[in-house]
Design a protein around this ligand. Structure first.
Ligand code: COA
Ligand code: AMP
Length: 631
């Protein structure tokens, strides 16, 4: 039996410079690196120091120069608008160079930040690649966030330019992005110089004279801009993700390590060959969209799919099969929740029978725990390997996976298989020492992390240390808990912080609590994630009202729900809250969110030894029963 996995994994840990130095040969460098790994300033590790490259060149121009200009780079498939459009690599080069020219005309140069607020249209990729072409740093903001969240990101990233679409399309409704953008800029303390607006016919936006520029008009007069070489260690993008507070964390990605690692994963993990079509059914606003809608497939010379639709309802639960069949897609990557949604609508897979999926090879799932039922259902329907893999915005690519291009292992349900080469995954107990196989503890990764992971947080080195590095010196804290079995299979069970996962979207309950606490009638509050059959988890709020509030509880709850939607956005999916008299706490005043969640999810729990007043728990249980939760 081949030991390709073990050999690669061993080498990646014993001699990371040799392992990644070899992988880096697959990338085009303007100047070769001086050192593969600089370990002189831990925990700030740097990859390919002294090297110069351009990520856009590697993702686009390089393929055209190699004679693949006619190959499809992007397939845009939008069941919502009824549009299908293919962009070749030659066209993508021309569009990206022109849009880089537009950005340069607006004063964007190397190192400047550009915020991109766009839905799933190919222009979102063009905007990202154009920034990379100039050496500018993009920060894509997901369309499901409200103006306030966009403003927070504008204030932190301080963009010179914002690139936005006039609208996004959700099934049955048009989301006007332009008013959200205008409101975000109004409340932000930092003001971008310019906004470039892609006018979509479903809802064009009103342009503000002197500030806003029309995308199409600007492109028509732009001079194409060439690729600007950057340092391997220069930032390519910032992607904000939920932390424990309302202030999101700006995960930084560099250019060199990112290009090397992503290109390597396309073959090693996904077993893709250049020229094949790769589909990540996610959104450009999430890390999956960055790594596997935009950069990974293009760096590897694959065709990527920009899908503007949902797994169900656009128009039905057979859409995924239609797209796979029509575009001859061998590999799909999506979140388990998408499959749960399809299973709910079409439990017997009848719609699947309408399509030829004979070329389909592998389904990859990530973004949340893949429950065994979903995996076995997908296996039974598709009759191909269903591969769970575990990763995070911070890591940019998988920490644990079944590396299909290296060596396939038998799937164990509930496990994303083994640590990917580059990753030294350990499980530490409360004493911060490794625990025995099979024992649950904190999942951590021994430093240095492989290339393509986060070198730091944007303008927040201290927060980087404190959030990820301080608790377990010498290790990166993933924030997940789980175990590793005797055979090295990793199991990811739960988060150790207040982050919840709703429909594959990572959300901070702390951020929701911050919003609820601003309601004038709320004295105290807590938000927990409760089990949901389709979305995995759903947020649930508990509100303790101020003394003397006589307003009907339903009214306060409706206002609270509206506040979260307006402040964080519809993606928070905050729809339920309960009014209670008191919250269970420890004697030191910490709210016992974990215990509340266990009661709601019918899980066994131990009465916390530190609980201040055990009599509160039955009250919580009664309140949960009233809304159909708890036993
Ligand atoms: N712009 C504006 N609003 C958005 C949005 C966007 N880009 N994305 C989602 N929303 C809105 C939805 O319309 C919904 O609004 P509503 O409360 O008015 O119905 C709300 O945010 C919650 O969205 P979501 O949690 O996605 O629920 P849904 O019912 O619309 O769809 C699924 C459920 C399972 C079909 C959908 O979540 C899905 O396809 N998930 C795949 C997850 C995924 O791609 N994850 C990325 C990591 S791999
Ligand atoms: P995000 O940063 O949005 O990608 O979310 C990362 C978090 O999602 C991880 O820390 C996990 O809690 C969860 N997650 C992602 N993939 C998996 C998986 N395959 N199994 C279990 N949890 C996962």
């Amino acid at each position: 039996m081949s030991d390709a996995y073990q050999e690669a994994h061993d080498l990646s840990l014993t001699d990371p410079a040799a392992f990644w130095g070899k992988a880096a040969e697959d990338i085009h460098w303007v100047k070769r690196w001086d050192k593969v790994l600089d370990e002189s300033n831990p925990p700030f590790y740097r990859w390919f120091v002294g090297g110069e490259l351009n990520t856009c060149y590697n993702a686009v121009d390089r393929h055209v120069e190699a004679g693949h200009g006619d190959r499809a780079a992007i397939i845009y498939d939008s069941p919502i608008t009824g549009t299908k459009r293919t962009t070749t690599y030659a066209e993508l080069k021309q569009q990206t160079a022109s849009f880089a020219g537009v950005l340069a005309d607006q004063g964007v140069t190397k190192g400047d930040r550009v915020i991109i607020y766009m839905p799933m249209v190919p222009e979102a990729l063009v905007a990202m690649l154009a920034c990379a072409r100039l050496g500018a740093v993009h920060s894509v903001v997901f369309g499901g966030f409200a103006a306030n969240e966009l403003a927070t990101r504008i204030n932190d990233a301080k963009p010179k330019v914002v690139v936005a679409a006039s609208c996004g399309l959700e099934p049955g409704r048009v989301i006007a992005y332009k008013p959200l953008l205008d409101e975000a800029i109004r409340v932000a303390t930092h003001k971008p110089d310019r906004c470039v607006i892609l006018q979509r016919e479903q809802k064009p936006g009103d342009l503000i004279a002197g500030r806003d520029v029309d995308w199409a008009e600007a492109v028509s007069s732009a001079r194409p801009h060439d690729c600007v070489p950057v340092q391997a260690t220069d930032p390519l993008y910032i992607l904000y993700t939920s932390g424990t507070t309302g202030q999101p964390k700006g995960v930084v990605r560099d250019n060199g390590g990112h290009a090397v690692a992503l290109k390597w994963t396309m073959k090693a993990i996904y077993n893709m060959e250049p020229g094949e079509v790769y589909w990540a059914a996610s959104d450009v606003g999430w890390v999956v969209g960055h790594s596997y809608i935009c950069y990974g497939p293009l760096l590897h010379g694959c065709t990527t799919v920009v899908f503007e639709g949902k797994p169900v309802g656009t128009p039905d639960a057979g859409t995924f099969w239609r797209v796979i069949s029509e575009h001859k897609i061998p590999v799909l990557f999506t979140a388990p929740t998408a499959f749960r949604a399809i299973k709910k609508e079409d439990p017997n897979g009848e719609l699947l029978q309408k399509y030829d999926l004979s070329h389909f090879r592998t389904l990859f799932l990530a973004g949340e725990r893949a429950d065994p039922n979903t995996i076995t259902w997908a296996q039974a329907q598709l009759k191909v390997p269903v591969i769970d893999h575990w990763w995070q915005t911070e890591t940019g690519w998988a920490i644990a996976a079944n590396c299909m291009g290296l060596q396939e292992f038998p799937v164990k349900l509930g496990s994303p298989t083994k640590a990917v080469p580059g990753w030294n995954v350990q499980v530490l107990g409360e004493d911060k020492q490794p625990v025995a196989p099979g024992q649950i503890g904190a999942l951590v990764c021994k430093l240095p992390l492989p290339p393509g992971t986060l070198p730091t947080l944007w303008n927040a080195d201290d927060r980087f240390r404190q959030a990820y590095m301080d608790e377990y010196p010498g290790y990166y804290k993933t924030g997940d808990a789980g175990f590793v079995d005797e055979e090295g299979y990793v199991y990811v069970m739960t988060r150790t912080d207040d982050i919840i996962n709703v429909a594959g979207h990572r959300l901070s309950t702390g951020a929701m609590e911050e919003v609820l606490a601003n309601h004038p009638d709320v004295a105290e509050c807590a938000v927990i994630g409760v089990h949901d059959d389709m979305k995995g988890q759903m947020p649930l709020g508990f509100l303790v009202l101020k003394a003397g509030v006589t307003k009907p509880h339903a009214e306060v709850v409706a206002e609270a729900v509206k506040m979260v939607r307006e402040t964080i956005g519809p993606v928070a999916a905050f729809k339920k809250a309960l009014v209670v008299n008191r919250l269970p706490k420890t004697r030191s005043g910490k709210i016992l969110r974990g215990t509340m969640q266990k009661i709601a999810d019918h899980e066994e729990f131990k009465m916390p030894a530190t609980i201040d007043d055990p009599d509160i728990l039955p009250e919580i249980e009664d309140a949960l029963k009233e809304v159909g939760l708890a036993k």
